[in-house]
Design a protein around this ligand. Structure first.
Ligand code: GLP
Length: 250
């Protein structure tokens, strides 16, 4: 596990975009696993700038997103499909048909999860999977629980996640209670994983993910078992990790 400590959100975003763009340059037809949330927005802005400048192209890239709220249409402004269109896909040269997000409106959500697993497997899994980090240590929408769930599945969101994501909705009551999320096994099948985190409200979760026991109480802790993980985080998010004496690259 390589940990890059950056000064702030902007530097974290530049570093993360640099790692993703290097993958796209090295392997123009790569499969990128993508994430939502506020953390990747700056990373996506950097990727948009690089693409517009002609430094690299997403024409041959396929994307697979981690998750989607159950019950939200792609046109709903809080759906993750809408987020991806608005924050990345509409501004780069990726082929729309090569972008994949679970369908939150599928009549049979379990069948949609199975379809998504087959799709990601048929693509050979992500070459590089980008992850944010929930305040409770969740990745995708894999919430803390009694066990790691391998496959893509429907999950009940925790109160902590509903509270954290309420800022994007009119009220906490409007936050969907369920989501479809790539399972831990699918995430761990990615060849390389890039986790980004910013701000002091991620410090406890990042410490637990990197330094704590490998436990489904902190889903991100499973990343300790992956052979190629890069963490890019700012000083505030890494404060507890560095205080524990873990060495980081600057
Ligand atoms: C949501 C997403 C996660 C994301 C998390 C953190 O719950 N499902 O993929 O990592 O939020 O979001 P933020 O980056 O806004 O803190």
């Amino acid at each position: 596990m390589r940990i890059y400590q950056e000064a702030d959100y902007e530097a974290m975003s530049r570093r993360a975009a640099g790692i993703i763009s290097a993958e796209v340059i090295r392997r123009p037809n790569c499969v990128l696993g993508l994430a939502t949330g506020s953390t990747p927005i700056g990373t996506y802005q950097n990727l948009i700038e690089g693409n517009k400048s002609g430094a690299y192209s997403f024409k041959e890239v396929t994307t697979v997103n981690l998750d989607e709220y159950k019950g939200l249409a792609p046109t709903h402004d809080q759906s993750y499909r809408y987020f991806m269109q608005h924050n990345l896909f509409d501004h780069i040269d990726v082929m729309p048909e090569n972008t994949n997000v679970p369908d939150g409106l599928a009549a049979d959500a379990d069948a949609e999860c199975a379809r998504y697993d087959q799709l990601v497997a048929s693509l050979g899994y992500a070459d590089l999977q980008l992850l944010g980090l929930g305040r409770n240590g969740h990745i995708g929408f894999n919430e803390p629980g009694p066990a790691f769930v391998k496959e893509t599945h429907v999950v009940d969101l925790t109160e902590s996640t509903i509270d954290a994501n309420a800022r994007f909705f009119a009220s906490a009551d409007d936050v969907p209670r369920q989501a479809l999320t790539m399972g831990i096994g699918v995430i761990m099948a990615a060849k390389r994983i890039l986790l980004i985190a910013s701000g002091s409200d991620k410090a406890d979760a990042l410490y637990a993910a990197i330094c704590g026991p490998i436990t489904p109480d902190c889903p991100a802790s499973i990343l300790q078992l992956h052979s190629d993980v890069v963490i890019v985080a700012d000083k505030a998010a890494l404060s507890k990790v560095t205080a524990a004496g873990v060495s980081v690259c600057e």
